[in-house]
Design a protein around this ligand. Sequence first.
Ligand SMILES: NC(=O)c1ccc[n+]([C@@H]2O[C@H](COP(=O)([O-])OP(=O)(O)OC[C@H]3O[C@@H](n4cnc5c(N)ncnc54)[C@H](OP(=O)(O)O)[C@@H]3O)[C@@H](O)[C@H]2O)c1
Length: 331
Amino acid sequence: MKAALLGAVQELRVDTTAVPHAAPGEVVVRLKAAALNHRDVWIKQGAYAGLRFPVIPGSDGAGVVTEVGPGVETSWEGREVLINPSLDWGHDPRAQEPRFSILGMPRNGTLAEFVSIPASQLAPKPAHLDWAEAAALPLAGLTAFRALFGRAHLKAHEKVLITGIGAGTALFALQFAAAAGAVPCVTSSSEEKLRRAHELGSKAGTLYTHGGWAKEFAEHHGPFDVIIDSAGGPGFHDLVDLAAPGGRIVFFGATRGNPHELPMRKVFWKQISLLGTTMGSPTDFQMMTAYVARHGIHPVISHRFKLDDVAAAFELMEMGGQFGKIVVEID
Ligand SMILES: NC(=O)c1ccc[n+]([C@@H]2O[C@H](COP(=O)([O-])OP(=O)(O)OC[C@H]3O[C@@H](n4cnc5c(N)ncnc54)[C@H](OP(=O)(O)O)[C@@H]3O)[C@@H](O)[C@H]2O)c1
């Protein structure tokens, strides 16, 4: 089969490799589409823990089950599915077990014509989504859903600030928050992305690249009950100022690195909750796909590439050129 292969750090190529088979408890999915996450870029750059090469990257995918292994319901065969990339979460809804991993490192991922996966990771493809939209949903949708509802317990009418709205995860947070009746506001490095976010339900937006943005934005649109951030870095300090008393700041990424300092006095005086989150449990995934179906949410597709052009898809994400998900069409 054809697959994107990472032979080593920064060595991405499209190559031919053996079709996987379904071990006991597993199925093989013929992928129709896959999608990139920033994780794939960190892995390619060597900036991820536990790297093992060669590997087929890719956590997101949707397709048709072509083979079921021993012990798997044969009714899965021929079904249209999307894949939950959160492997071996375990039984505690609060946090994953030590053996937890994410599809696409170390286990071979979805940037290929076929992937083998435990049958427990399958979910029926929501009927209102096409293949590209279904492939775009799993990792970022799961992360945003748990951040907003599992961790921040977002309620209708609360103000929520979502930073870096071009990100795949951030856009799901915007769409989910708007569907919940909350009041979403956003930041970006791009006026055009702010405009497009407004069309998706953002009530206000500002450029985080503009010096002093946080003070100005807090005066006109704050304070915020919930803040969703995956950038971290020196700008994390601003988020503490933007949070309402009793507010919740949820973060799942550190694109800009660690904050230089944590303003502890402000955090405790304002009764702010700092909440970390990663991916989500099987129940989170099931609730997320049901929420997307109930509200008729369509993931925002930024760009589509063919598998042969996967290197260009990675380059686009490395430049931060996307607004939403970068999809790789496979079949
Ligand atoms: N822990 C988890 O489970 C988990 C899950 C998913 C993602 N993540 C992490 O979350 C981050 C985002 O992932 P993704 O796949 O959604 O990324 P992505 O689609 O590649 O988005 C990156 C976006 O980050 C934004 N950004 C860059 N610098 C920023 C800053 N200083 N302030 C605010 N925003 C900034 C940019 O938004 P604009 O273009 O609007 O400027 C950019 O488009 C990554 O670090 C990723 O590793 C973690």
